[in-house]
Design a protein around this ligand. Structure first.
Ligand code: CAA
Length: 258
């Protein structure tokens, strides 16, 4: 499929989507969001793909929703189109694991999309922020919720109320990103993590992802019960038999996604 605003490639079992509107610092236009969704749909449907990496350019993962596109919209435009929810949340419904590889700016909707991924690997050049307040609006794609859960109230409030950006080191200290790597190694490190996941049992990886995500939706007791049910269900898979047999027999497992 030919895209205008994203680049798509595969490396082994890893699908890579690169946001590609360099002149606009990958601002998330309606077209880009639609094409991102289509690219994710294609990787989800492709049984040869086990994990996805979402990345941008050296200068910007994405500098937010496209301000030029939304500047003149009225209330009814955004309300009737369910602006931001529709389309954007495709990242959150991805069942395969998805890693955000962030270099440069991840601002506004860019930070929000990165936070929709399963985890964020940051280049040492990464800068995260929710600067919407400085242009007369507030985050609209989950920023006030996901950032607060990731870094706590104090930092989230300061970032959302003042627009202050966080650099990569602070983002790692605060729990927003899983790791910081040199910018030159970012994509290779993200692909390595994705390859690791893609070499495991896809259904079991999907269960694990579902269980962690449930932690953000429910009480501890309910979450632990949910986890136990999923844990039990892994014993119905061939891959659990294979994984444990391989350990006992001191050989690498050959998972079959069954
Ligand atoms: N939307 C549209 N265009 C954008 C953009 C955005 N979010 N961010 C950058 N651009 C464009 C600029 O307009 C500029 O284009 P022109 O050359 O045609 O003028 C080009 O990208 C390069 O940008 P700058 O010249 O500004 O680059 P810089 O290096 O001087 O500054 C920056 C970089 C600090 C990221 C600055 O571009 C900036 O502040 N961008 C806006 C950040 C922002 O406010 N994001 C939040 C958007 S609202 C949102 O996302 C709502 C939501 O919750 C979903």
């Amino acid at each position: 499929m030919a895209y205008e605003t994203v680049l798509v490639e595969t490396r082994g079992k890893v699908g890579i989507v690169t946001l590609n509107r360099p002149k606009a610092l990958n601002a998330l236009s309606a077209e880009l969001v639609r094409e991102l969704g289509q690219a994710l749909d294609a990787f989800e449907a492709d049984s040869a793909i086990g994990a996805i990496v979402l990345t941008g350019s050296e200068k910007a993962f994405a500098a937010g929703a496209d301000i030029k596109e939304m500047a003149t919209k009225g209330y009814m435009d955004v309300y009737l189109a369910d602006f931001i929810t529709s389309g954007w949340e495709r990242v959150t419904t991805c069942r395969k694991p998805i890693v955000a590889a962030v270099a440069g700016y991840a601002l506004g909707g860019g930070c929000e999309v990165a936070m929709m991924c399963d985890f964020i690997l940051a280049a040492d050049t990464a800068k995260f922020g929710q600067p919407e307040i400085t242009i007369g609006t507030i985050p609209g794609a989950g920023g006030t919720q996901r950032l607060t859960r990731a870094v706590g109230k104090a930092k989230a409030m300061e970032m959302v109320l003042t627009g202050r950006m966080m650099d990569a080191a602070e983002a790692e200290r605060s729990g927003l990103v899983s790791r910081v790597v040199p910018a030159a190694d970012l994509l290779a490190e993200a692909v390595k993590a994705a390859e690791k996941m893609a070499g495991l049992s896809l259904p079991v990886v999907m269960l694990a992802k579902e269980a962690v995500n449930r932690a953000f939706e429910t009480t501890l007791a309910e979450g632990v019960r949910f986890e136990r049910r999923l844990f039990h269900s892994t014993f119905a898979t061939e891959d659990q038999k294979e994984g444990m047999a391989a350990f006992v027999e001191k050989r690498p497992p050959a998972f079959r996604n069954r």
